[in-house]
Design a protein around this ligand. Structure first.
Ligand SMILES: NC(=O)C1=CN([C@@H]2O[C@H](COP(=O)(O)OP(=O)(O)OC[C@H]3O[C@@H](n4cnc5c(N)ncnc54)[C@H](O)[C@@H]3O)[C@@H](O)[C@H]2O)C=CC1
Ligand SMILES: O=C(O)C(=O)COP(=O)(O)O
Length: 388
């Protein structure tokens, strides 16, 4: 029986993946795995029984990934599974902010109670909301991953002049980009030349507050900024000044807070980027499948802290060892198995930065899983051991 602790509302299609007798899912004791969305896991104490955490979504800044890695806990996310949902809301917001649609709709709602005067007031008031078209305007995209690439291609189809910055772009994503999308050599290219900026980077120490006073000082007056990534990418006091100085004309954010709600020219959306039925189902099904596969087979797919590992079952039992990426780990584990007269049927070892993962299929049944686990755990550099 595997216990899966669930936080947030996870789509039924995802929960259905775990809907069999081998799983207890919900608010559980001694969780083997955690399934969550934006729940702030860094504020929880995570039991030692946990072997995996799956983020039904992309951003993992709500998860203490470094601490979990040191404990040998595998953290998954669902790359690309909600990208289309975010892209659609970004494009909608891009056009809506250009046409002053958010404030115009608010204003129109405020006409309630004017009875037969409403149509006349509408015609008289609409001149206050004249907008600009996006065609021919320059859009800077910071971060060209799953979302950034979709936004780049579709904005280009809308006739926008698109320039994108991503020093770590993957070869696969680069292949998907429309030939009209230009490459920015640095952020200055974006800040100095664009009419619009949209950010699609993860929140990390390097990206935190990437839009700050220095960045705003390089922008053309009237800049429109979209932030569907994370609020902390923007230094908000400095944003306020940039708005007051007419540098920033519009800031659309999916991450409102009290200060932002009080600022002019800010459109606050309640973190709806990934909130479509399709995206919630895609993410939940992917996250749940990744947990199930990991718990039942030890195979890893789409982890943010450990390498992808896939090996079909070839033995009677499988040893799954999370360890540091240092010399002679595999040698020590193999020697230990030999001392126990256990023959190896197959094995695979993969590493990612300082960490590594080894799966070893054993030719014979292990009499006492716990004894073997204790022996392997004693090897220096081993973080976590399971017998499956
Ligand atoms: N509003 C919402 O509901 C959602 C928000 N997000 C946010 O959007 C972010 C991006 O999502 P995806 O495109 O799916 O992720 P992704 O991992 O496919 O793409 C991120 C891209 O950012 C690039 N990058 C990293 N550091 C960079 C830097 N310093 N400068 C420029 N580029 C850099 C990477 O090379 C990568 O290509 C997520 O990390 C998350 O924070 C994601 C999904 C939904
Ligand atoms: O996938 C992401 O990074 C998101 O921000 C989506 O968050 P959510 O699952 O809607 O709480």
């Amino acid at each position: 029986m595997y216990n899966i602790q669930v936080y947030n509302s996870i789509a039924d299609k995802g929960l259905a993946v775990l809907n069999d007798d081998a799983y207890q899912v919900g608010d559980v004791n001694d969780a083997d795995a955690i399934l969550l969305r934006s729940y702030k896991l860094e504020e929880e104490s995570i039991p030692s029984s946990v072997k995996a955490v799956a983020r039904s979504g992309v951003g993992v800044n709500n998860i203490p990934v470094d601490d979990l890695t040191e404990r040998g806990v595998v953290v998954f996310n669902t790359p690309g599974a909600n990208a289309n949902a975010v892209k659609e809301l970004v494009l909608m917001s891009l056009i809506a902010s250009s046409r002053n649609l958010f404030s115009a709709v608010n204003w129109t709602n405020g006409l309630q109670g004017n009875g037969s005067e409403v149509p006349k007031k509408v015609e008289a008031g609409k001149k206050g909301f004249v907008g600009t078209e996006v065609r021919g305007k320059r859009l800077g995209i910071i971060g060209v991953g799953a979302i950034g690439a979709l936004v780049a291609n579709d904005a280009s189809s809308l006739g926008m002049d698109v320039i994108a910055y991503d020093p770590f772009i993957s070869v696969n994503t680069a292949w998907q980009l429309n030939g009209d999308v230009q490459r920015a050599n640095d952020l200055e290219d974006i800040f100095q030349t664009c009419d619009y900026i949209t950010m699609h980077v993860p929140l990390t120490d390097k990206t935190k507050q990437m839009l700050n006073a220095d960045a705003f000082s390089k922008m053309k007056p009237g800049m429109k900024i979209l932030n569907f990534s994370r609020g902390e990418l923007v230094e908000e006091n400095e944003l306020k000044e940039a708005i007051e100085n007419n540098i920033v004309d519009s800031y659309v954010t999916d991450f409102p807070n009290e200060e932002l709600l009080q600022m002019e020219n800010v459109t606050a959306i309640p973190h709806l980027g990934a909130s479509t039925y399709e995206s919630e189902e895609n993410c939940a099904a992917m996250a749940a499948s990744q947990i199930k596969q990991f718990l039942e087979t030890g195979n890893i797919h789409n982890s943010v802290n450990f390498p992808d590992v896939h090996m079909p079952f070839k033995g009677r039992k499988r040893l799954a060892v999370v360890h540091q990426n240092i010399p002679n780990m595999v040698g020590q584990i193999a020697s230990l198995l030999a001392t126990q007269s256990i023959n190896i049927a197959d094995m695979v070892n993969r590493s990612k930065d300082e960490w590594a993962y080894t799966l070893i299929d054993l030719d014979q049944d292990v009499l006492n899983n716990e004894d073997l686990i204790d022996l392997v755990k004693n090897i220096e550099g081993v973080l976590h051991v399971r017998v499956i």
